[in-house]
Design a protein. Structure first.
Lengths: 306, 108
């Protein structure tokens, strides 16, 4: 005997909502506390960091901004798909949800590429600081007013994933060749802007060959390395926070996309038997999706820009 | 303009749906402009860090409010949702408040 589940498509008089919507809002309340706790942890760690030690400029801002636009677009298509269902236009709903799923895939794909870039990028802390006068290619790594560089960030030639000082020693590697990034995170954004202008002006008067030399590899003996880490969670508190927050957010995007895909394909039978309940399922899942978008709206400036 | 109470009405008129669609598109435009403004802010360079943080979080808060009010239908929220979010906000504020208090109460 089938026992109907009450208030799946009609409003429950005491709450003014159908049950699925109330359930989703209760879940979102717990999600607010979950991400709130992580944001609070971020505030605590950031406020407790020593002056000049919190990284800036290690994330790709144009890519992060593009991903923000992708997620915003998906929020619009989710909202529009609900409107299409309210207008009883299932085909239009499907078209909007295809775009939503494409946006979700694009967001996760771009995030995976960003992660991969970080995993193959290294910071090398030096036992003996390098003099900028002797290494002009490290000019962007010297902190304001200092003439010495204590660590270098860049791409190491032939490096595998997750190399550390121990793995270099165990592999009997004598030295590494690193292509330094243009700037170090200890150099402030304003200073980076000034140096970038100066560098562009200098490049105008140089030949293309000189330009090539300015970005040549730097050889560092393993005996001169104090610590080495890829830009992974173990690198610093900043990256531990970055991967925790964006990783959890990415899992939410994946979860939302799976739910939408399930409703769109195997769950579509419900549209024929109970269209109102189907529309409510899309609305409730849409609430979750908009929440995920809302979290990213804060994550982007906090992690990429501040 | 057509007044629409959005979510709990089983059937919405064509005019209501058109009005809702226009609202969604307006929010989308605000979110796009907000994102561009957020990135542009990074290159402005304010004198103090707190100014940069304040402007960035203000833009994010406006964008978040638009998403919550229109996309999540909170501008027409039922009393039960308002009550639920009110208590969530209190717990969230308490968590953040105690944390900020702990930062400034650490000796040394």
């Amino acid at each position: 005997m089938d026992i109907p589940i009450p208030y799946t498509s009609t409003v429950r008089p005491d709450t003014g909502l159908y049950n699925g919507k109330l359930g989703m809002w209760l879940f979102l309340a717990s999600e607010i506390m979950l991400f709130g706790a992580l944001f609070s942890s971020y505030v605590l760690l950031r406020a407790g960091a020593d002056e000049g030690t919190w990284p800036h400029g290690l994330l790709n801002i144009p890519i992060g901004a593009f991903n923000t636009l992708v997620l915003i677009t998906s929020s619009l298509t989710v909202a529009m798909s609900w409107v299409a269902l309210k207008a009883s236009n299932f085909q239009r709903y499907r078209r909007f949800q295809f775009v939503t799923l494409a946006c979700a895939a694009a967001f996760l794909g771009i995030k995976a590429w960003e992660y991969s870039e970080k995993f193959s990028h290294y910071e090398v802390w030096l036992a003996t600081p390098l003099d900028v006068a002797a290494h002009p290619e490290l000019a962007g790594h010297a902190v304001d007013g200092q003439t010495e560089v204590y660590s270098v960030i860049g791409h190491i030639e032939g490096a595998g994933r997750g190399w550390t000082l121990n793995s270099l020693q165990e592999s009997n590697i004598d030295s590494i060749q690193i292509h330094p990034d243009q700037f170090h995170y200890r150099v402030g954004a304003r200073e980076q802007g000034k140096r970038s202008k100066a560098e562009k002006a200098a490049q105008k008067s140089k030949s293309a060959a000189d330009h090539g030399d300015a970005h040549s590899a730097l050889t560092i003996p393993v005996s001169e390395i104090k610590r080495m880490s890829a830009l992974v969670p173990a690198h610093s508190t900043y990256f531990a926070t970055y991967f925790t927050l964006t990783g959890l957010h990415g899992l939410h995007v994946l979860g939302g996309a799976i739910a939408f895909a399930w409703i769109l394909w195997p769950g579509a039978k419900l549209w024929n038997s109970d269209p109102e309940r189907y529309t409510n399922a899309v609305e409730a899942t849409g609430l979750f999706w908009h929440f995920v978008d809302l979290v990213w709206i804060f994550l982007f400036p906090v992690l990429y820009l501040l | 303009m057509t007044k629409c109470t959005m979510t709990n009405e089983t059937h919405l008129s064509a005019d209501s749906l058109r009005a809702i669609t226009q609202r969604f598109l307006a929010v989308f435009a605000v979110l796009m402009i907000g994102t561009v403004a957020t990135v542009a802010m990074y290159y402005v360079h304010f004198e103090h860090t707190w100014q940069t943080v304040s402007v960035a979080l203000l833009i994010a808060a406006i964008k978040a409010a638009c998403v919550a009010a229109i996309f999540m239908h909170l501008s027409h929220a039922e009393r039960s949702i308002s009550l639920l979010l009110f208590f969530t906000a209190i717990f969230f504020a308490a968590m953040l408040g105690f944390l900020v208090y702990s930062i400034y109460s650490i000796p040394g």
